[in-house]
Design a protein around this ligand. Structure first.
Ligand code: PEP
Ligand code: MN
Length: 338
């Protein structure tokens, strides 16, 4: 259920509606919009009657939300969400670019990568400190040391740091050192982790599970928002199909479909999406053409020596060239690049 307040409704009227909802044992979610405040209601087992809300002062309309995902839906919030990452927007007209190595490997590697992606125009530095590797014998990441190196790279460049949190035990350290917390594809439906990230209130980059439907993905995002965190971006990173010529199948269908269903920013990861360095740029361009709000791209100073995902990492010159192309495509679809 969604309660839409009249454009001029005052804070006392909004508070009275919130209180009414709480008094019924339900949870209100006030959603400030450009034109008016809307209040989502969750916690009800069956359908709610609109009557008790319609009579309250300042209420313009009481609507049923048809989608199973409520707070992330466009029905509840028609305007695009723009996440403010310490002064750098994620979402909105200007496309954000996140770039950096798959894993933080050393001080010199992350600093070199950070300076290179910044010089090419990225505003966010990506890098994994806790790595979800398919094999337990592969490099698992530098852990806390990696987080500290990312924070050092942020100090040196001003880039915002995006890193994956795999385990709730690592959340305090990730909150301390990072600006955006990535939930990896393998953890998309780790509901206890999502609940903790919902309560933590830092921006979250929620990657799509390799076999998750768009609806399951939006329901996972709903966990974050229902637990209080509206700063959520969705990242398409390729799904598992019968195709073996590429690492995954980047589902660009998801971009316009998500833009219609949800107000959350949509990020495209062409690196994991196709998994082949030679074709990453093509899919990054296609992602922007499809309407992505941001890109996340793996860039390594020396991909052949990378400890993870070197086969899909761009060199700094390749990334700089891609940024030029992305600016052209962005212009063609009425966007800019930050
Ligand atoms: C990554 O970003 O390096 C990563 C492991 O991504 P995903 O969770 O999409 O596989
Ligand atoms: Mn990777």
């Amino acid at each position: 259920m969604l309660i839409v307040m009249k454009p001029g409704a005052g804070s006392a009227e909004v508070e009275a509606v919130l209180e009414k909802i709480r008094s019924m044992g339900l949870t209100p979610h006030a959603i400030p919009g450009a034109q008016r405040v809307a209040i989502g209601i969750t916690g009800n087992k069956g359908g709610l009657e609109p009557g008790p809300f319609e009579v309250l002062s300042g209420v313009a309309d009481v609507l049923r939300v048809s989608q199973p995902f409520k707070l992330v839906s466009r029905e509840v919030k028609p305007e695009d969400t723009v996440i403010d990452v310490g002064g750098v927007p994620l979402g909105g007209k200007a496309i954000a670019v996140m770039a950096g190595p798959c894993s933080v490997e050393s001080r010199s590697q992350i600093l070199e990568a950070a300076h290179a992606v910044k010089a090419a125009g990225a505003r966010f530095l990506r890098g994994g400190a806790f790595k979800p590797r398919t094999s337990p014998y592969e490099f698992q990441g530098l852990g806390l040391e990696g987080l500290k190196l990312l924070a050092e790279a942020r100090e040196a460049t001003g880039l915002k740091v995006v890193t994956e949190v795999m385990d709730a035990d690592d959340l305090p350290a990730c909150l301390e050192h990072a600006d955006v917390l990535q939930v990896g594809a393998r953890n998309m439906q780790n509901y206890p982790l999502l609940k903790k990230l919902g309560a933590a209130g830092k921006p979250v980059l929620l990657k799509r599970g390799p076999s998750a439907t768009i609806k399951e993905w939006l329901m996972a995002a709903e966990y974050l928002v229902a637990h209080g965190n509206y700063q959520v971006a969705l990242c398409e990173r390729g799904i598992r199909t019968f195709e073996t010529a590429t690492r995954n199948t980047l589902d660009l269908n998801a971009v316009p479909v998500l833009k219609a269903l949800t107000h959350l920013p949509v990020v495209v990861d062409p690196s994991h999406g196709i998994g082949l360095r030679a074709h990453v740029a093509a899919m990054a361009r296609a992602g922007v053409a499809a309407g992505a709000d941001a890109l996340i791209v793996e860039v390594h100073p020396c991909p052949e020596k990378a400890l993870s995902d070197g086969q899909q990492s761009l060199t700094p010159p390749e990334f700089a060239e891609l940024m030029k192309q992305v600016r052209v495509i962005a212009g063609a679809v009425g966007r800019t690049v930050q």
